[in-house]
Ligand binder design. Structure first.
Ligand SMILES: NC(=O)c1ccc[n+]([C@@H]2O[C@H](COP(=O)([O-])OP(=O)(O)OC[C@H]3O[C@@H](n4cnc5c(N)ncnc54)[C@H](OP(=O)(O)O)[C@@H]3O)[C@@H](O)[C@H]2O)c1
Length: 327
């Protein structure tokens, strides 16, 4: 797979990465976990050149980093561009951190939290450094300069090679840049979530900051897998999202139908077309589709070779807006 340099001076990574969240978190939580297959999917990704492996301490919590750490033993660590995140805590992590300031699923940007969390992440990941340490969310209760200063300390300490933000505004990226270079911004971008195209993505392009697109397959919807609310697994986070409610989902199938038409015309799958569209949004973009399924991983890797013409891109640009908000 062709590669790109993250953030100008960052590591070289395949232009499509792998999001590991769904291997232990959010989706299909009632089904038994199949860690052996997940580990083999991570190895398959590395073999195919999808070297950016994305996780977070909040996924599980912790179980996702543990799984990724297990997958990267036995010489695989050096083949990966390992990216994790800090600063978003779920209830169970929060109860272990009684000093936390925010209620519910919380943003947690206090510098001491960053300083402590990196060590836990490194332990679970079985490594002495991560290649990219990302602030999962900016905490409005803590000046970003303080959080980002602590993120920069992880670089100075050799525990992270580079640092990035997630779901940040241009203003927040600018403030962070004034403290320490921002290697990447990770935000949702897909055929049905295009907000980042207005400001954040152009700003990243202009600054040479890598843009990592999360949920590039619309959490699986754009692949055509879900024809009805009942197709969603029990105990699946998507059952709570507005776009997946029965009426909205039915309306949103029109989007998938049009993606499928383009896919049939270019001889690709809908997932590949969705990924080829996000890849076409710029030079510094790296989508991180999530999967725990070998055949989907292979399908997603193939998207790097799908050529969309100007007419295909125009047709996809003109897709109707989805019904329902993101969250
Ligand atoms: N920074 C943030 O706040 C944030 C938020 C959300 C996600 N993320 C990151 O972004 C990554 C990807 O996002 P995501 O997992 O939410 O959404 P996604 O990549 O848009 O979609 C994942 C879903 O699509 C399915 N899928 C993947 N490839 C497929 C294919 N070729 N054909 C059919 N189905 C396919 C997966 O199935 P299986 O799992 O069953 O294989 C899974 O259900 C996450 O893993 C995580 O690392 C970050």
């Amino acid at each position: 797979m062709r590669t790109t340099t993250l953030g100008g001076q960052g590591p070289e990574a395949g232009v499509i990465g792998l999001g590991c969240m769904g291997m232990t978190h959010s989706y299909d939580m009632a089904a038994p976990r199949d860690d052996a297959t997940s580990v083999s999917v991570i190895h398959q990704a590395l073999d195919l050149g999808m070297t950016l492996i994305d996780t977070a301490d909040a996924y599980g919590p912790y179980t996702n980093e543990e799984l990724v750490g297990r997958a990267l033993t036995g010489g695989h660590r050096d083949r990966a561009v390992l990216a994790t995140k800090v600063g978003l805590i779920t209830d169970s992590v929060q109860s272990a951190n009684p000093g936390s300031t925010s209620p519910g699923a919380a943003r947690h940007g206090r510098p001491e939290h960053v300083r402590e969390s990196i060590d836990g992440s490194l332990r679970r990941l079985g490594t002495d450094h991560v290649d990219l340490y990302q602030l999962h969310r900016v905490d409005p209760q803590v000046p970003l300069e303080e959080t980002w200063g602590a993120m920069a300390e992880t670089v100075a300490a050799g525990k992270a090679r580079h640092i990035g933000l997630s779901e940040a505004t241009v203003e927040e990226v600018r403030r962070a840049q004034a403290v320490h270079p921002v290697t990447s911004v990770q935000s949702e971008l897909s055929l049905w979530t295009r907000d980042a195209l207005a400001e954040v993505l152009p700003y990243c392009q202009q600054q040479g900051i890598a843009f990592l697109q999360f949920s590039p397959l619309g959490r699986g919807f754009l692949t055509g897998r879900f024809a009805s609310f009942d197709d969603l697994p029990q105990d699946d986070f998507r059952r709570r999202l507005p776009r997946f409610q029965q009426n909205a989902l039915r309306a949103n199938l029109a989007i998938v139908g049009r993606v499928r038409q383009v896919a049939d015309r270019v001889g690709a799958t809908p997932a590949q077309v969705a990924l080829a569209w996000v890849l076409a949004q710029g030079e510094h973009v790296v989508p991180i589709p999530g999967t725990k399924t070998p055949k989907y991983l292979a399908d997603n890797a193939g998207a790097a070779d799908v050529q969309l013409s100007a007419a295909d891109l125009a047709e996809l640009d003109a897709l109707p807006a989805p019904q329902g908000t993101r969250y």
